[in-house]
Write a protein that binds this ligand. Sequence first.
Ligand SMILES: Cc1cc2nc3c(=O)[nH]c(=O)nc-3n(C[C@H](O)[C@H](O)[C@H](O)COP(=O)(O)OP(=O)(O)OC[C@H]3O[C@@H](n4cnc5c(N)ncnc54)[C@H](O)[C@@H]3O)c2cc1C
Length: 482
Amino acid sequence: MDMPTPDSAVLSRKDEIVARLRKVLPADAVIADVAETRAYECDALTAYKCPPLAAVLPASTEEVSDVLRICHEMGVPVVPRGSGTSLAGGALPTADCVILGVARLNEVIETDYDNRFIRVQTGRTNLSVTGAVEEEQFFYAPDPSSQLACAIAGNIAMNSGGAHCLKYGVTTNNLLGVTMVQMDGTVVELGGAHLDAGGLDLLGVICGSEGQLGVVTEATLRILRKPEGARPVLMGFGSNEVAGACVSDIIKAGVLPVAIEFMDRPCIRACEAFAKAGYPDCEALLIVEVEGSDAEIDHQLSLIMEIARRHDPVELREAKDADEAGRIWLGRKSAFGAMGQINDYMCLDGTIPVSELPRVLTRIAEMSKEYGLDVANVFHAGDGNMHPLILFNANEPGQLEKCEALGADILKLCVEVGGCLTGEHGVGIEKRDLMHTQYAPEDLEAQMAVKDVFDPGWLLNPAKVFPLDASDARRSVKIAAE
Ligand SMILES: Cc1cc2nc3c(=O)[nH]c(=O)nc-3n(C[C@H](O)[C@H](O)[C@H](O)COP(=O)(O)OP(=O)(O)OC[C@H]3O[C@@H](n4cnc5c(N)ncnc54)[C@H](O)[C@@H]3O)c2cc1C
């Protein structure tokens, strides 16, 4: 993966940059020692590593503003970082950058149950937002599988989703407002405490912008009342294609489960070995969950089971109690960790129309054979968000490149069938150069013009999202004009 050549003028001024940052932050909030900066050299896309020039850990919006103002004045690139769980290399440093970590921004600022929102600093983890309101029977809906670790900052930047987003939507559907600091240090408020704040929807532009436009320090999030109850059902099938067709039929029937999760045989085996979830021995598994009162759950499940029966399931098992429901979910939520125990893997993230699931799964199986690399599938099937995991051996020369080539072909397939390159993990560096597949040059140009407005010097999160050739050309035009 190409990265831009580090700016030697910035590298040579490291001491001066660090000294200025130390004037506005406590001593332990500026990390410049080479060994210590290694803690920030990668995110969860561990195939790519690069220690930053320095890392800073501000604890307030004011401190973030001071850091950005200094970096802006000195022409230093800044890479915002939440918890570093990005699977797309979104938080990967460049050698000449300052990593701006938001881990110390983790306070709850305000909780308003009457108006159903919570305002938090964005370094707070996703799960601890629900933790802050669950005593009052509320919850925060977006639930990435990484929710124990990932921060609201990263969720907003990647517009993250999770298993339950089929019903509740992704981050953008649950985000009401943000405080954001622009690269020159200016603090702006976007959105508010209600679903529509009026004016241009700049909040919609920020959510999913992958740290390209500003550093988000505070967020107002919609919280919801916990449903009366929820019940998952396990469905085992004889092939991926049949399970895919079952998903398609459930969606077509207009029933709205809260989640439909899909796992294929390699994934079922790994999860079963890891979590002892009681999964059946079959080719493909669906977990379908519905919510509501007992009567509502019974009604929805009867419709869903009826559809499943038409697809000759090898297993149909409704959770009888909370323990069994917990075990069913534990297997799925441990999927990435379980796969990681047995293999190196690259986790893809693309979205396709649900009706294309059977065709795409068949084609992925063919491609897997063509490349000689196994692919395990686990994904949010209800909204067509696929996560093929390509298994490879990182120690064998050439395997990473082969894995990247297969990944690119699978993502191109997603675009070909009318889907897109990313569902929830973002573009980062991983899919940066594939953006040409989905967007015409003028579309990319329009997106880069938005970055020009928020970050005219192109200092925020360099070498991500936009194809390197296009963003390099853009920067050259701007430098020539200045
Ligand atoms: C095991 C595992 C399971 C996962 N499951 C899911 C899943 O189910 N759904 C899902 O959507 N994702 C999932 N992910 C991916 C990842 O957890 C999400 O993308 C998450 O939102 C990243 O959050 P983070 O705090 O770790 O962000 P980071 O990785 O630190 O950063 C992600 C991006 O956000 C930017 N950023 C960070 N902080 C800020 C800020 N304050 N302002 C502006 N930009 C900022 C970074 O520059 C980067 O581009 C999973 C990852 C792992 C490792």
